[in-house]
Structures are given as structure tokens and as C-alpha cells.
Design a binder for this molecule. Sequence first.
Ligand code: FES
Ligand SMILES: [Fe+2]
Length: 423
Amino acid sequence: MLKHEDNELITRVGPGTPMGKMLREYWMPACRSASLVADGAPQRVRLVGENFVAYRVTDGSVGFIYEACPHRGASMALARNEHNGLRCIFHGWKIDACGKVVDCPAEPADTREAFATRQKVAHFPVREAGGMVWVYLGKQKEPPAFPEFEFNNLPDSHVCAQRGLVHYNWVQGLEAHIDASHVGILHSGFVNAKKPVGIAQKDLKLTTANAAPRTEMQVTNYGLREGALRDLGDGNTYARIREVVLPFFTFIPHAPDEPCSGRATVPIDDEWDAEWYILYDTKKPLTPEAIDLLFQGTSGDPDNFASNLGGPENLWYQDRASMISHFSGFPRSVPFEDFIIQESMGPRVDRSGEQLGRADVILVQVRRQLLDAVRNFEAGQPAPWNLTAEEYRSIRAIATTIPTSEPWTELNAIKAMHKQAAE
Ligand code: FES
Ligand SMILES: [Fe+2]
């Protein structure tokens, strides 16, 4: 459980809130790169309780400003995107990709240029990587080091990042990603299905064989590493080692021959969340089959693959008849099972009435880390968990079988993989 005031502290993200201020100090995925076409429609982006627009200008660079026009607040989502700038359709102010006002056509000709130069526009630094546009909304003059995760340094053909917009608070998203103990239960319909589901199918069988893994954690400088350990009874342990890179990212264990899988849970506001699913292969292009396996049953819209999720009014289209063979009654997709469970708790769950068990130990740990971080940040310390490029590159989750006598934290495979990834 979490005291009401602590729950408020970690779940409220709007302007001026302690968590909102801290989260703005991290680079966050905002929209898909491919959704921005040069001279095309600007995209509305809502993040941490504020409305922005992202736009790609003629020369290909991306601008990121508040949705409200700096003149009098008309929506810049309606603006014309013309010759290296976004032009408000109300009085024609034109803003370039660097956030500079370059024209104010309603002003008198003799002062127009000087007037335009004087105007200030809040404009935010962006980067494009992994098929996503990333933005830094924080207060520092210099943004923190860019998160150089493996997937941010691969050819486009090796990465597929899709976003789902879901009706719950970002901490619920994070908690779903780190909660290993539900895999063999909530997702058992997929794990036991004959058709593959694209998430370590053969290994996942082991998770249903033993739904109560021993969970151990190792706190790291980026958050934590969790080992969900299942004794196979033959002197070996099946270890699923998840990497949690706070505040937004979780890397899901996969077998060595399968694509890697990352998640980001990025707050849209207190009650809505952007769930980024990032599938990537460090060695070769992703196959259409691999992408289909992850996103099967979803909407097909990469900017919101959850648009066909349903809602409480229709119980997310639960198919009771299917429950004979599919545990949850949600046989459409694995991500949807997670989204639906989180939405079913309500848009911002009150954790003060929870009754947690030993299987929930990771939630307790991560909440403690979030609370410590936000309190320290309020007390003037820098935001934690920002890493060097090398450190970001070395993060990868794995699922593997190891001798029970070998401590999972010393796993040679992890070390070798990290070393290889960092090279
Ligand atoms: S409100 Fe945009 S130019 Fe006036
Ligand atoms: Fe899940």
C-alpha cells in the first residue's frame, strides 16, 4: 500500500507538481518520427499535463512548441506549415523550427521585422532516434545526456516503435511493466496457445509451469534489475532478468535468438499515458512476422495502436465464451491484456487500500525509489538515473537458464552481452 499523500506525490505530473518538475528533466518520446512530414500537418502532443505541437519544416528539421500560439493562443495544430515555419491561421505569425518568430504580417510594415524579432516563444529541444521524436521539457540550459539505448542507434529497419494511448496514470503503466508475477497468469492464455505470441514463447511456457517465481532485485544507478527465478528442479534455474530504467523504461526479457523488447510509459497527464512498445533487433532487420506477433489484434495505427481497446462501458470487449480456452477472455493481444487490467483499476488508482504480498516486492521497491527521487529533487538535488552514453548502450534484458548454484547477478551471459553491446 501507499499512503494517500505519497500516491499523490508520484502520480501527479502537471506543471508545478514535484513529480511533474522532475520528469521534465528527462528526454521523453513524444511522437513517431514518421508522423511528421515535411510541410505536413503539425501533430498535437500532450505530455505531463501540457499541450504542444510538433512539426517538421521544409528542410526536415523538427520544431516543438506549445500548442497555444504565442500571439493570442489560437491552436497551432491548425496552423499552415509553409516554407520552413508554422504559420498561425489567425493573424499569420510564423514560427520556424528553432522557435523564432519570423513574420507577423498584421503588424505595420515599417516595424514588422523588429516586432517579430522581439517576440519570445517557448521552444523545446528535440532529437530523433529509434523512429521517435524525443523532447526535453526541463529547466536546465543544457539537456541531460541523450538516452543512447541500443534501439536509438540502429538502422530504421531494425526498430519498430509504436505508441498506444491509454486511460491510466503513468505509474500504473510502469507497474504493469515491472510486475513479473502476472506473466504466467494474466497472459497464460497466450503463453499456452498453440500460435506463437512473439514474447519468448518457448521460455514463457516455463512461467506458467511455475507462476510464483522467486524474485530478487539489484538496485542500479539507472533504477533496478530484477531477476524472476524459477527452479526447474534439475539443478537449473530459469532466470528472467528485467531491466528497469527509471523513470520511463522497462526492458522485457527475451531469449537470445529473439528480438529485444523495450517499453516506455510516458505521462500524457495525470489520467492518460502513452505506452511505447519498442521492438528491435541489434543484428538484422525486423521481419514483418516479428512485428505482427507483438502487435497482432491491435488497431494497426502505429500512433495509437490501442485505439480499438474498448473501455469500461463495454468491458473492453471481453469475450466470455473464449474463457474456456483463453484465461483472461482477452484473446486479441498481449499488450491489450496489460492495458485493460490497468484501465480497469481506474484512471489514477488509490494505492492506500492495497494488500501486497511477497510477489509484489518489486512494486514496493520502485515506489520507494520514485518517492526518494522526487523528495530529493524537491530538496535541490539533481534528477537521478541519468546515465552516460556507454551506460545506456549496455542495457539489455534477457531470459535464460542458468545453473541454480550460479548467482543470477553474476550471470556471465549478462556481462558478456553488456560488454558486446557497449562495444
Ligand atoms: S493568435 Fe496566432 S497569430 Fe494571432
Ligand atoms: Fe503483462
